[in-house]
Design a protein around this ligand. Structure first.
Ligand code: SF4
Length: 70
């Protein structure tokens, strides 16, 4: 089931370093993924999860807002 998160939500789906499939809404306020368990690689160089598959709903303290958001 598709899952939508507001831009204030600090999980991988909303993070600048997540490599999974996601869509941003027209206004840059929300991110939608196929499922909260959809996976994508963490692309943060030097981060604790670099290169590892992370679920959309995962969180870590290196989070930064996705650049597609306004
Ligand atoms: S593990 Fe952390 S840095 Fe990597 S995508 Fe998720 S929230 Fe972002």
């Amino acid at each position: 089931m598709a899952q939508t998160y507001p831009k204030s939500f600090k999980n991988c789906a909303v993070c600048n370093f997540w490599g999974g499939n996601r869509q941003v809404d027209t206004f840059g306020q929300r991110v939608t993924v196929d499922s909260s368990s959809s996976k994508g690689k963490c692309l943060l160089q030097g981060g604790p999860w670099k290169g590892q598959d992370k679920q959309a709903s995962s969180q870590c303290n290196k989070w930064q807002a996705w650049g597609a958001l306004k």
